[in-house]
Design a protein around this ligand. Sequence first.
Ligand SMILES: Cc1cc2nc3c(=O)[nH]c(=O)nc-3n(C[C@H](O)[C@H](O)[C@H](O)COP(=O)(O)OP(=O)(O)OC[C@H]3O[C@@H](n4cnc5c(N)ncnc54)[C@H](O)[C@@H]3O)c2cc1C
Length: 472
Amino acid sequence: MRIAIAGAGLAGLSCAKYLSDAGHTPVVFESRDVLGGKIAAWKDADGDWYETGLHIFFGAYPNMLQLFNELGIEDRLQWKSHSMIFNQPNEPGTYSRFDFPDLPAPINGVAAILSNNDMLTWPEKVAFGIGLIPAMLRGQKYVEESDIYSWTDWLKQQNIPERVNDEVFIAMSKALNFIGPDEISSTVLLTALNRFLQEKNGSKMAFLDGAPPERLCQPIVDNIRSKGGEVYLNSPLRKINTNQDGTVKSFRIGGKNGTESTEIKADAYVSALPVDLFKLMIPEQWQKMDIFEKLDGLKGVPVINVHLWFDRKLTTIDHLLFSRSKLLSVYADMSITCKEYYDPNRSMLELVFAPAKDWINRSDKDIIDATMQELEKLFPNHFTGENQANLRKYKVVKTPLSVYKAVPGCQAFRPQQKTPISNFFLAGDYTMQRYLASMEGAVLSGKLCAKEVDNYSTYVDNTLHSSGELQR
Ligand SMILES: Cc1cc2nc3c(=O)[nH]c(=O)nc-3n(C[C@H](O)[C@H](O)[C@H](O)COP(=O)(O)OP(=O)(O)OC[C@H]3O[C@@H](n4cnc5c(N)ncnc54)[C@H](O)[C@@H]3O)c2cc1C
């Protein structure tokens, strides 16, 4: 079967890869001149990379790890020590660590929590441990049912002191969905905690060894092409044309940089667009259908990725850091954590600025000034007194509508990959799969989508054969 796929983010590329593995011929159309969508990156005039987002791979990403293995690029994941490291706002320049010992889960997670005495008191640890029991015992069903509560409400309900939020979960909630615990659905935090506590290496983190479009997306594209599939950049989906019965007749593609758009016909069609952009494409005929109407409940959350190049080293930490700053979420010194960005003498900090709703329309200069003020708290030695570190250059990447905002109730709005339109399918981190809005979620959604398309192909084959319309 020939399948037209719009969007070359991880979901679209994963869908195309698994379709070509199954013997089909995917043709991917990407609107931009770069692969990867939310993991896209670019080189500046000096040849330094800047990215849409600081990206972390977790041990609890089975489909992503399988993909790396299938592509033979597993050595590109740079695994860090099994720890979570938080800045301490009350003691600027110091860190508090959760170190996971080499023991089976959940003992390693429990040991990591119990051995950290900087952030949580013993009564808080006990209250939190008891609060988590239902999630551990009742598993995914309980996690899904908790989508009616925000994380803050869930903590209250479990009689867990609010201070636990301030110490740990503001940082985690901002890292997971770029919003605070008062807004985020408890399903998101419970999903992460369940994976981290139930899998020995679930919370172990890796950085990619270079820029995602080259080091991850390109090998997927090479794999797709080696089996006869195609991938085109600068080829936006403009319109989904439908037949009278509502099925897809064609994709109108192209019309960028003065080129003519063309009608693309295929046996099946996939949207791997972000949800906000897909909503603008829904044909009139489909708009009253439940699955598409519900998408109104999903909306991208703003986030900003800040890159700062300094004239000296600020840290020696080879890991992700939870800043616990009001303005910032996680950050890392990419000159240490990422092989291709390595610099022995000068730091390059990549920082996620979140929540970003009050900042997304502000100037880059305002954002950098505010970030630098926060850095005074994170690195007081380098930004106070004499001989301060100098900022050599910066780059700000804004994503006004990034991953869907995971507020309470939105699980019910997430669509399946199979739609009521027989020859049309959805992929994307927002579609229903258990890893929420993440790279793992995007890869899994693509794989699930490919499976549905393959089932459709079998169905079409069988139906046409039994009706005698097709001669083998
Ligand atoms: C700042 C930031 C930090 C993040 N950190 C992490 C992290 O540490 N770990 C993690 O697991 N996840 C992280 N994520 C989330 C992760 O990046 C996403 O969940 C994932 O990449 C989404 O993939 P996708 O394919 O579903 O969507 P996208 O990546 O958005 O792909 C959609 C593609 O469709 C294309 N497109 C749009 N319109 C058209 C059109 N009309 N025609 C053709 N193509 C079109 C887009 O250009 C894009 O390439 C982060 C995200 C951000 C923004």
